[in-house]
Design a protein around this ligand. Sequence first.
Ligand code: GLY
Length: 377
Amino acid sequence: MWKMAIEDAIAKITRNAEKFGDAYPHVGEGKHYTLIDNNDWTNGFWSGLLWMSYEYSGDERLREAARKTTIRFRHRMEQNVVLDHHDIGFLYSLSAKAQWIVERDEAAKELALEAADKMMKRWREPGGFFQAWGPEGDVVEGGRIIIDCLLNLPLLYWASEQTGNPAYQEAAKAQAEKSRRYLVRGDDSSYHTFFFNQQTGEPVGGATHQGFSNGSTWTRGQAWGIYGFALSYRYTGDPLFLETSKRMAIYFLKHLPENGVAYWDFHLPPGQQAYRDSSASAIAAAGLLELLSHLDEQDNQITYLQNGLQHSMEALVRNYSTSEDEEAEGLLKHGSYHVRGGQAPDEYMIWGDYFYLEALLRLERGISGYWYERNRY
Ligand code: GLY
């Protein structure tokens, strides 16, 4: 089942690569993606999809298309195009760092290290965290961390490994610890974001941005937590991160609707339009694979987690993939970007497609994504 799904996906990506040229798919509805320039937080996912498709197929056209995206990411860095935010980790892990991982290209590695330096500029004292959005000192955004940032941290952990400079790793670990303490609630659900007092660093409180309400659980945020804490465990060996990933995964799986694919928030009151977010389920599946790779065979939750992974992936492949529809440019239907904000409530999401293919390749071929050096662990 996985193999057929992968081959369908790669056939689409190959066709899309020809059609899209230098443009980047972002979100999209009907048959088509909305194409954008390299100026949003999502551009790296297209690079990552091209690198993964090349790795699986060996098709040189895909390698060329993937390499070209790194060139555009170099221009983006030189011209500082929309890089004053924390999503530099998503952008450069899946483009320049991916190229380094696949081809050992030194220039790509240097670019990824430059990106790590740029991300370090978002570190804020006295709070001791990475500011997600907005300029330093911004009245609202200056004190905000968000759970999505956990997937930006691997760029920093990796930079410490590559350079021998521990500063990146220390900051990444401190951010993961702060996220564990403040973004994850006592019942293993999560806040999307959390504020700190910018002058004193004292915690202020949790809030949402893309979830239903401050006290609800945005499902994609919970999925970022599952995957992000498992990756922080890989790099630091801190068992609290592994435990947190596991607890968040159990929460996620326990609160899924029967068909196995998440709604956009776990706490939607009756009467709310219950859009799905297939991208949350794809991220959670990729995160479950990472989590399971660290758990002992004897772990008392292993069967539950393995079954949850199987059920989620089968649901995505059977009922949410576009494999029956040759014309469709997206891989997964029914993702939600920002329902409360009225943005793309039921569309393709390029990050959903990325994590879907990442999970499939790991299941079928043991090829993991581009969050860490494969030969090191
Ligand atoms: N990181 C932004 C999002 O998940 O929508």
